[in-house]
Design a protein around this ligand. Structure first.
Ligand SMILES: [Ca+2]
Ligand SMILES: [Ca+2]
Length: 562
């Protein structure tokens, strides 16, 4: 049903490419005045909101704004992204287009014409923020324009994301267009009249950011955690087979700050996020790529976590020993655990029966419909959370607390499920009901990043991915600012290469330096590492590698100086 009605809409929307001049005038026709495109042929600026990224700047230069006027020249690109009428922009949060209409007029309708071609990674923004101004300095924010196409509509198809009935005087019009992956746009239309019949804009006070900023260390939203480390656990086909899992001895330099002889000096991390190493030996993947996992795979994940001498059991012992040794020093310490929820894949048609009715749960909307798929995806997550609590209770840990859950998938996969946001909300409500928080660590400007709070996460830390990509340290400034503006934190990232490669080590230290500079050093933080990188640093006889551990410790305590 849904699909069929979409096909109807699709035809109209494709034609919508020409729903500009005459058609729009007919729609908005009033006896007094005819609407014209006030933006046609006008100059504009097209900017990133944060420091531009050198890597992605190079990438998007393949789809340039050749004349610097392509967005107001009245020329459209159809449904082929290769058409040179398109201006392609990739990542970096959003783009801000500010058009100078040349002289004040009355604006009735503003729209950005965009392409949706999911297979090419070209996603239409779900909404666009619009502003008008008479002087180019004081702006009134209007309502947002909203995409009329489902996120799952593969396309290629075009639409104008617009608002109408504005009736405001303006000389300047601004659109902020979210960009996750690629956005392709070919025209921005501002329909109105060349008179001043509209209302004057009322500048919107810029207080939207006053409650934002990095999540506070030890805060309620962070489940009381200040410094969290990511601990991957999973199968390994080589020896030692238990390589991707943590023993009590492995965890010692994570729970405690140790000196070069591995004597405990202080506490180190207080949050321990156990995540699934994504790939299983059977070829399944706990994330969004590869073969989808099923009930048996999820049980395998729990079986690993709850072993007596590895992972959770080992952490309980490691914390007991640290407390025993450090308590004389009068330090208060609570170790909090965060458990990762594998991604319930919308392409899994046969997950397995989790509610005992003999029927395997089908998570595939194409087979059971969007509502049923949502219900089933929520059902398997609830089962997993319940299982975790039941096993936790049985284990009888005395030194660790189950404080939060973590959403494994690092982006909101709205292109494979229309109800992705609803699913997060259901999961959030469920773990809240258990007294736990829900965490997320999206990758660099990943789909849904700025909606983290709206969909139900308690904290979100953005991955800068600076360590892994060929870009400059301005990447960290960008993420620091974007995170601050949206109430997010900044994930710290290190690989084993940091211990041996001076260039990579400098990149890691840039995270620390920028953290001290921007202030995210003192917020709730989380450290990505490869398998036991931090332990390797602590134990290293190479002073340069050991210094990584010492600097990390000072950073955790907020006393690091660049
Ligand atoms: Ca154009
Ligand atoms: Ca069932």
């Amino acid at each position: 049903m849904m699909k069929r009605s979409l096909l109807g809409a699709l035809a109209v929307l494709t034609a919508g490419a020409t729903l500009t001049g005459a058609a729009a005038q007919a729609q908005n026709a009033s006896p007094e005045a005819e609407l014209v495109n006030l933006a046609l042929g006008r100059s504009y600026t097209l900017e990133t909101p944060y420091p531009a990224d050198s890597q992605f700047g190079r990438t998007e230069s393949a789809h340039p704004d050749d004349t610097g006027l392509q967005l107001t020249d009245g020329v459209y690109g159809g449904t082929a992204f290769s058409n040179s009428a398109y201006v392609g922009r990739i990542w970096q949060g959003s783009r801000i287009v500010t058009i100078d209409l040349g002289e004040p007029g009355t604006v009735e309708r503003i729209g950005v014409h965009v392409l949706q071609d999911n297979a090419s990674g070209i996603f239409a923004p779900s909404k666009i923020a619009y502003y008008v101004s008479l002087d180019g300095e004081k702006w009134e924010r209007l309502q947002d324009g909203v995409s009329r196409l489902p996120t799952t509509e593969a396309g290629p198809v075009t639409q104008t994301i617009c608002i109408q009935g504005i009736d405001k005087q303006a000389r300047y019009v601004k659109a902020e267009i979210p960009v996750t992956s690629w956005v392709f746009m070919d025209e921005i239309e501002v329909l109105g009249t060349r008179d001043l019949s509209g209302k004057k804009p009322h500048p919107t006070p810029d207080h939207s950011r006053k409650d934002d900023g990095y999540p506070k260390a030890g805060s309620k939203q962070a489940a009381g955690i200040s410094n969290q480390v990511l601990l991957y656990t999973g199968e390994w086909q080589y020896e030692p087979a238990d390589w991707i899992s943590y023993t009590k001895e492995d965890l010692k330099p994570y729970v405690s700050y140790v000196d070069a002889e591995m004597n405990r000096v202080d506490y180190m991390f207080d949050g321990f996020l156990f995540l699934q190493y994504a790939t299983l030996l059977n070829g399944a993947n706990y994330g969004a790529s590869g073969k989808p996992t099923n009930k048996a795979d999820w049980e395998k994940s729990l079986d690993r976590l709850f072993r007596a001498d590895y992972d959770l059991g080992a952490l309980d012992q490691a914390v007991a020993e640290a407390k025993q040794e450090l308590k004389q020093k009068g330090k208060k310490y609570e170790a909090k655990v965060v458990l990762s929820i594998p991604y319930p894949r919308p392409d899994q048609s046969d997950f397995g029966d989790v509610d005992g009715d003999g029927v395997s749960e089908n998570l595939n909307a194409a087979e059971v419909g969007e509502d049923k798929a949502l219900e089933n995806r929520a059902k398997v997550v609830k089962w997993y959370v319940d299982e975790a609590y039941a096993r936790w209770k049985d284990a009888g840990y005395e030194n660790i607390t189950l404080s939060a859950f973590y959403w494994f998938n690092e982006f909101l996969s709205r292109q494979t499920s229309e109800s992705e946001d609803d699913l997060i909300r259901l999961v959030s409500d469920y773990v809240h009901g258990k007294g736990a928080k829900l965490q997320w660590i999206p990758y660099y400007f990943a789909r849904g990043w700025s909606d983290w709070n709206e969909v139900g996460f308690d904290t979100a830390l953005m991955q800068p991915n600076y360590l892994f990509q060929n870009t400059t340290a301005e990447r960290l400034d960008t993420i620091a600012q974007a995170a601050y503006d949206h109430g997010m934190g900044v994930e710290m990232e290190m690989s084993d290469g940091v211990l041996t490669d001076p260039a990579l080590r400098d990149k890691y230290y840039a995270y620390l330096n920028k953290g001290a500079e921007h202030g995210y050093m003192n917020s709730f933080k989380a450290f990505y590492q490869q398998v036991k990188t931090i332990k390797k640093a602590a134990e290293s006889t190479d002073p340069a590698a050991r210094e990584v551990y010492d600097k990390t410790y000072r950073y955790l305590k907020g006393v690091y100086q660049p």
